[in-house]
Design a protein. Structure first.
Length: 190
């Protein structure tokens, strides 16, 4: 089936200027007509912009208080020695900001999404393991455990944080899969 707008004809239904006259490019893709035909694309952009903004914000919170972030990273016990701790405490927030900016701009979506997914899954596992350790020591119910996970928002309740991260992981996975459908280096644009 041919696209009527490419041949100077009016589209078969809605959005055209009139029978026999040339349709305006994009005239049917405004307002509610666009939303009805492209809800996944609109949702993709909103999720991408929202998560990108969240990454930028969280990264900036860590950049503004690197000592607190360094202490948070140290509590997980996966890095030993100042060089590695300092590198992560200084570099990771900027990498988080970079991924957020790439998402907002819609550039290099596959790579940025894959790295965000790796970061989210890694930190979710670390938060869960740390909470299990705190539970073993304190004897508190798992969901009553609170600590500063290093996300940039201060002390959090572990079950809420794990649930939040699960939602972020699912949303990031969806953005990643959508970026493969969109294809190209500038997948998703706008």
């Amino acid at each position: 089936m041919k696209d009527a707008r490419l041949h100077g004809e009016a589209p078969e239904r809605g959005g055209g200027v009139g029978k026999g006259s040339a349709a305006l490019p994009g005239a049917s893709d405004t307002g509610l007509a666009f939303l009805r035909r492209h809800p996944p694309e609109l949702l993709y952009r909103l999720v991408r912009w929202g998560l990108g903004g969240l990454l930028i914000y969280m990264g900036l919170m860590k950049v503004m208080d690197p000592v607190t972030f360094l202490k948070s990273v140290r509590q997980y016990g996966i890095l030993e020695g100042p060089p590695w701790l300092n590198l992560v405490a200084v570099g990771l927030p900027w990498f988080e900001i970079l991924c957020g900016v790439l998402w907002v701009l819609g550039v290099w979506m596959r790579g940025a999404s894959a790295w965000v997914l790796v970061m989210l899954v890694s930190f979710t596992v670390l938060v869960w393991r740390h909470a299990l350790g705190l539970q073993a020591v304190s004897g508190m119910p798992f969901c009553d455990i609170r600590f500063d996970c290093g996300c940039g928002t201060g002390e959090v309740q572990v079950c809420g944080k794990l649930g939040e991260n699960l939602v972020l992981i699912v949303a990031t996975l969806w953005v990643l899969l959508h970026s493969f459908r969109a294809g190209g280096v500038r997948a998703g644009g706008g």
